[in-house]
Design a protein around this ligand. Structure first.
Ligand code: DLL
Length: 434
């Protein structure tokens, strides 16, 4: 069995819990001193940093939310001076405003180590060539994988996403043995490889896919098309990007790097902590993060935990594949999209379209298809086809620049979208039915 940091990965649970308790107390104290919002919330419930001594005290602490990041945008929740922040990353939020997170030198080191753990667990080493086809930019996917590859002494191929044919040619010419990208992009790469008839020229052995939900069926298809073994990786910008948890060689849940993150499962309505194996909302506390730490952060991902020791020898808890989200965020081709962002764009575009719209997401040939139907007013309707096409184009462009992904926009007849007496049903996600 290969480990990157065996001492931590296989630490007996008693010892691990002790370590977590010490780190939690350290984190709570420094956050109380440095993060105004956290101090206010602690004061409101009359809790002092010295009241938190072990993991048992975790449940006393207040929750934190995505909304906090918006309210304190961009740097208001950082726990160190900006001169100590080495890199920022960002992800889209419900209002169209991004959320921003920051990493110190130490945070970047620990992040690279978490990703390195997965690379080693899946059999990669210094002879591996790691093609990083997650977006390299503000999205955490690209840099997370890149730094992890370098950390184990492998060769990184930082190509980023897109430009599919060139991507495949590079994979062949540079001898990539590991592919890191979203599962939907892996699927698309696989289909293009089939069309190009070049599968036998590939040297891929391992695929590290995450950032969006994917099924076992998709795993099999990707493995077949790309001739590799496909592993799942989970993470989120607010906690650390890719590598918060990962599958080992036994692929029976994703090990959470518990020496850095304490997971809990709660009832999303009551906030009550649920037991092992129960499904609920996943909550994380970062106990080693310096730049942007969070206490009891509500991920909105629906999940469950399994504390049994794994055959691989790792003692870290395994989380199941997330089974959806408690909010309305959609993940389309790996991009986070909130219906409210679309609404905002439509309202801005104006010009005779109405705020009645419907988002239709489907999966055709394993690729997400994204369409927005918008009702036009009676005036545009009578303007004729040319005017309609122009507006459709302009909405597509505005959505592309806001979301980073352009849907097919279709103007539909006035009053043709169903009305609801309660909450409007804005999203038809046909992927869920498949
Ligand atoms: O997607 C970080 C990441 C990059 C993870 C590359 C894995 C690989 P965000 O853009 O902030 O960060 O989106 C985080 O994506 O709360 C989940 O809902 C979803 N998600 C991430 N990984 C998985 C996965 C990155 N393996 C949100 N399975 C999370 C299912 C996932 N959902």
């Amino acid at each position: 069995m290969q480990y990157w940091q065996e001492q931590y990965e296989t630490m007996p649970r008693e010892e691990l819990r002790q370590l977590q308790g010490e780190r939690l107390a350290w984190q709570v104290k420094r956050m109380y001193e440095n993060v105004e919002l956290f101090r206010t919330r602690m004061d409101e419930i009359g809790l002092k940093p010295e009241d938190v001594k072990s993991v048992d005290d975790l449940k006393k602490l207040p929750f934190s939310y995505k909304q906090d990041l918006r309210d304190y945008y961009p740097y208001g929740l950082f726990a160190v001076p900006m001169k100590d922040i080495r890199r920022v990353h960002a992800s889209s939020g419900t209002t169209g405003k991004q959320i921003v997170v920051g990493y110190t030198d130490g945070d970047l080191e620990r992040w690279a180590d978490c990703f390195a753990r997965m690379l080693i667990a899946t059999g990669c080493d210094e002879n591996s060539f790691v093609q990083v086809s997650y977006g390299l930019g503000l999205f955490t996917g690209g840099f997370g994988a890149h730094d992890g590859a370098i950390r184990i002494g492998a060769t990184a191929i930082p190509i980023s996403s897109g430009n599919t044919q060139r991507q495949i040619q590079t994979m062949i010419d540079f001898g990539a043995t590991v592919l890191c990208c979203t599962p939907s992009y892996a699927m698309y790469l696989g289909e293009t490889i089939e069309e190009m008839g070049v599968k036998d020229q590939l040297k891929l052995k391992v695929g590290i896919f995450g950032a969006e939900p994917w099924t076992e069926e998709m795993r099999h298809q990707i493995e077949e098309k790309l001739g590799l073994k496909a592993y799942d990786i989970y993470g989120l910008s607010e906690i650390m990007g890719p590598g918060v948890s990962y599958e080992c060689e036994y692929q029976c849940g994703m090990h959470v790097c518990e020496d850095h993150f304490i997971p809990e499962i709660i009832d999303p309505d009551t906030g009550e902590v649920l037991g092992e194996g129960e499904w609920g909302e996943l909550v994380f506390t970062t106990i080693t993060k310096e730049g942007f730490p969070v206490i009891r952060y509500r991920t909105r991902d629906i999940c469950s935990l399994n504390y049994e020791k794994c055959k691989c020898g790792r003692t870290h808890v395994r989380m199941n594949k997330p089974q959806g989200r408690t909010d309305d965020m959609l993940i389309i081709r790996g991009v986070n999209v909130f219906p409210s962002q679309i609404e905002e764009v439509l309202l801005k575009v104006g010009g005779g379209i109405t705020p009645n719209y419907q988002i239709i997401v489907d999966r055709v040939n394993n690729t997400d298809v994204f369409e927005v139907e918008v009702e036009m007013s009676e005036e545009i309707f009578s303007d004729g086809v040319k005017g309609i096409e122009k507006i459709e184009k302009s909405i597509t462009e505005s959505l592309r620049s806001t979301l980073g992904i352009g849907p097919k926009v279709k103007l539909v007849n006035p009053k043709s979208i169903g009305r609801s007496e309660g909450k409007a049903k804005r999203v038809i996600d046909k992927r869920k039915l498949k």
